[in-house]
Design a protein around this ligand. Structure first.
Ligand code: HEC
Length: 168
């Protein structure tokens, strides 16, 4: 019991001090369903960092800029994975996600997971490596939950309650 309390306190402290991921590591992510999105239709990779993206919608220009900050030259191949519970809502794009519903943008070459998970029907964000290490970083780095939120809820034409990728 004592150990549990200490762990809980340490958990709260680490959230407030280090401002890590807001959502837990989705341990069963390898069983999630791969979905098709505008990105996948474009070849399964984000445009390269030196590509001319000026004709794309601003949200995509900013996305390329953000993901290029993760790795010089761009993150390379990506895939989007959706937990079984979230699949219908993902496809319906009505934003009615339930607690625990999870979506992942898997940066395959980097072995990094961008995670969106729902609690109280609101999106929460996290960044993990494939083994579950929390690699969220400082605000403004592009790897902080608030950075995710700014874009994911800031573009109403592209996002529904934290789900992006509605650009066709
Ligand atoms: C500047 C904008 C921007 C930022 C910042 C951003 N994303 Fe995204 N994200 C997008 C766009 C656009 C897509 C849709 C790509 C597609 O399918 O075409 C997307 C897709 C996703 C998906 C796949 C599910 C979905 O919503 O379509 C997840 C999960 C995700 N992002 C999580 C994150 C996390 C976690 C962060 C922060 C570490 C983050 N994103 C930062 C723009 C952004």
């Amino acid at each position: 019991m004592k150990k549990v309390c200490i762990a809980a306190v340490a958990g709260v402290l680490s959230i407030s001090l280090f401002a890590g991921s807001e959502t837990p590591f989705p341990a069963s992510w390898k069983t999630f369903t791969k979905v098709n999105t505008p990105l996948m239709k474009a070849g399964g990779a984000l445009p390269g960092c030196d590509a001319d993206v000026s004709s794309l919608p601003k949200v995509y220009q900013e996305t390329v800029a953000t993901y290029c900050a993760v790795k010089e030259g761009g993150p390379g191949a990506v895939e989007i994975l959706v937990s079984p519970s979230a699949l219908e809502t993902y496809k319906a794009r009505d934003g009615k996600f339930q607690d625990g519903d999870t979506m992942i943008l898997h940066l395959k070459e980097l072995q990094v997971l961008f995670v969106t998970s729902y609690k109280g029907q609101k999106p929460l964000y996290g960044v993990y490596d494939a083994s579950g290490k929390d690699v969220a970083s400082a605000e403004g780095s592009g790897l902080h939950p608030n950075d995710c939120r700014t874009c994911h809820t800031g573009y109403e034409a592209f996002g529904v309650n934290g789900q992006m990728g509605s650009f066709q």
